[in-house]
Design a protein around this ligand. Structure first.
Ligand code: SF4
Length: 336
């Protein structure tokens, strides 16, 4: 039996110089991914990282596997083609809030509803970093930027709500520098189908500390709700919990020892919607695996059709083309 040498995080790092601003949250995500890949038993030649355009989209250069730095907003479209052309590949999409939710919103939606077997890592920094700080689809109302000097007036997209609304069967949230990120990545990889992971990523240059109200060490315990399947939804070191307000059909914060505290069931789609939409004020931010309920994937269905076609079970194309409203032109055109 051949002995397989397990790769290390170093093996997953390419020889390219990493070019992000010093202190950017992207570094932490890169390290977390490079550390996670060996634990997945992944191999370099069967893995591909596909990105669009933006700071985060430099990611494929820094991984020693296959990579494809594509065009703005099109990472999901290219990834769909890659997976169908080579279903053996483990496909990771790296994108940003502008790339995936503005120009690429349409592609992201269709990838999620189709349920392509892949991982989508959306680095959300609530700004366009690469193009020097314009407001993005996730920027909060009032964000002052070169393109919104008086403050933005449009309501931001909630990436996880968008994913659930698009039909995603796996939705998770994590923080760039948090130690739980590798576990979230492993869960995303274990899910068969499109796994959507929103990663709060600090852009130190154009939107520094935008997530500090829940990521700062001093407030983290009170403002972060880390969800674990089968465990009570507790935060604030167990002093507080999340329960269902049955009268108003919404979530509420209760004492940690209240028997009404909900046990996390990742297959509960209705509660997942409520978790990702919890108000900022008075509630913690839901993190970890919020929703996980697999169903058949797009690529497996397409491959099944291809197999049937190869065995001659596909409909006769000529008959299909000739069916319905078709006609023959059998006269010479009239002279003017
Ligand atoms: Fe990171 Fe912001 Fe610099 Fe882009 S502009 S590399 S997101 S710190």
């Amino acid at each position: 039996m051949n002995e397989v040498t397990k790769l290390t995080a170093k093996d997953w790092a390419s020889d390219q110089e990493v070019r992000w601003c010093p202190g950017c949250g992207d570094y932490a995500v890169l390290k977390a991914v490079q550390r996670t890949m060996p634990d997945l038993g992944a191999s370099l030649e069967k893995t591909v990282f596909i990105s669009g355009i933006g700071c985060s989209s430099r990611f494929p250069y820094y991984m020693a596997s296959y990579g494809f730095h594509t065009i703005h907003g099109r990472a999901c479209a290219v990834a769909t083609g890659v997976k169908l052309a080579n279903p053996e590949l483990d496909v990771w999409i790296v994108t940003g809030d502008g790339d995936a939710l503005s120009i690429g919103g349409n592609h992201t939606m269709h990838l999620l509803r189709r349920n392509l077997d892949c991982q989508v890592l959306l680095f959300n920094n609530e700004i366009y970093g690469l193009t020097k700080g314009q407001y993005s689809p996730t920027s909060r109302i009032g964000t002052r930027s070169p393109s919104t000097p008086f403050g933005s007036v449009d309501r931001p997209v909630n990436p996880c709500s968008f994913a659930l609304g698009s039909g995603a069967r796996f939705v998770a949230r994590a923080i760039d520098v948090h130690k739980a990120l590798p576990d979230v990545l492993k869960a995303a990889h274990a899910h068969k189908g499109a796994s959507f992971v929103e990663i709060y990523q600090n852009c130190v240059v154009y939107n520094d500390d935008v997530f500090a109200p829940f990521t700062d060490k001093g407030v983290a315990a009170d403002k972060q709700l880390w969800l674990k399947p089968g465990e009570k939804m507790l935060f604030a070191n167990g002093a507080k919990g999340i329960a269902l307000d049955h009268d108003r059909l919404m979530l509420k914060v209760v004492d940690g020892d209240d028997p009404a505290v909900i046990t996390h069931d990742p297959a509960n789609r209705a509660v997942a919607y409520m978790l990702v939409e919890m108000p900022v004020s008075g509630f913690p931010v839901a993190l970890g695996v919020i929703y996980d309920d697999p169903r058949p994937t797009f690529d497996s269905a397409v491959l099944e059709q291809n197999r049937a076609a190869a065995e001659g079970k596909a409909p006769d194309l000529q008959k299909l083309v000739g069916k319905g409203q078709t006609w023959m032109v059998d006269k010479e055109p009239r002279a003017e």
